[in-house]
Design a protein around this ligand. Structure first.
Ligand code: ADP
Length: 229
């Protein structure tokens, strides 16, 4: 089966995605980028992982009861993603907008695999996803992400800390164990899908400078032939 994720798309718009573990600073960078693009007169559409209504209720219920196996969890997220792609990502891309996605299929490739799902299986599951024009990965060490998250809201979220895996009853220890596996998978994913790696330990403005440079270049690239005609 052809894999869309590795084939450039032919829509008029541009798809920019940010990835990284929680607390890596990706939402901060995407927010600043959105403001900058809008100020420059671009039409921008923002979308987040897990934001569609379709399976939100089912995921919520399953989470509450801790009743989902990693594979079922993965399938639910893929269904949610398909809905988001079809209704929130492709239409603005067709309309020539710049779509900014806070997390994309690569999140599944790291989280689901860290939970024990087969690497190839999850990649095939998301084979329908549109290849983003800019793929940014914000790399930070676990301790830095923990420090930022704890400073912000004191309590780690159950799934973010991988508490469902039962590796540790201590949320911070569980976070370290789970997110270390996620980081390892991100290292594979960044190589495999040629992502631009940004050092998330640098200042917000230094990172934003790099982000804007990469995005400007992608915007300046000519539209594919198919999209112009
Ligand atoms: P993510 O979306 O990856 O979870 P956020 O953008 O929400 O991360 O940032 C997490 C926290 O870290 C926020 O409180 C944010 O203000 C702070 N933060 C983001 N980038 C930096 C940075 N470069 N240096 C210091 N703190 C940062």
């Amino acid at each position: 089966m052809p894999n869309n994720l590795t084939t450039p798309h032919s829509y008029r718009g541009k798809l920019i995605v940010v990835e990284g573990i929680d607390g890596s600073g990706k939402t901060t960078q995407l927010g600043l980028l959105a403001k900058w693009l809008i100020a420059a007169g671009h039409r921008v559409f923002l979308t987040e992982w897990n934001s569609s209504d379709l399976v939100k209720a089912a995921t919520k219920l399953g989470k509450k009861k801790n009743a989902l196996t990693p594979m079922t969890f993965s399938l639910l997220h893929a269904t949610d993603f398909a809905d988001r792609l079809l209704y929130r990502i492709i239409p603005p891309l067709k309309a020539g907008m710049i779509v900014l996605a806070d997390r994309y299929a690569y999140t599944a490739f790291t989280r689901d695999v860290a939970r024990g799902v087969d690497r190839e299986w999850v990649r095939e599951l998301y084979g329908f996803a549109v290849k983003p024009d800019v793929r940014l990965y914000f790399r930070v060490p676990i301790e830095m992400s923990l420090e930022r998250l704890l400073a912000r809201r004191m309590k780690l979220k159950f799934y973010e800390a991988g508490m469902d895996m039962g590796w540790s009853t201590n949320a911070i220890e569980s976070f370290r164990l789970f997110q270390s596996k996620v980081l390892e998978e991100y290292d594979r994913v960044t190589d495999e899908f040629a992502m631009s790696v940004i050092d998330g330990a640098r200042s917000i403005s230094e990172q934003q400078h790099i982000v804007r440079d990469l995005v400007s270049r992608a915007i300046a690239e000519p539209q594919p032939q198919e999209a112009i005609s």
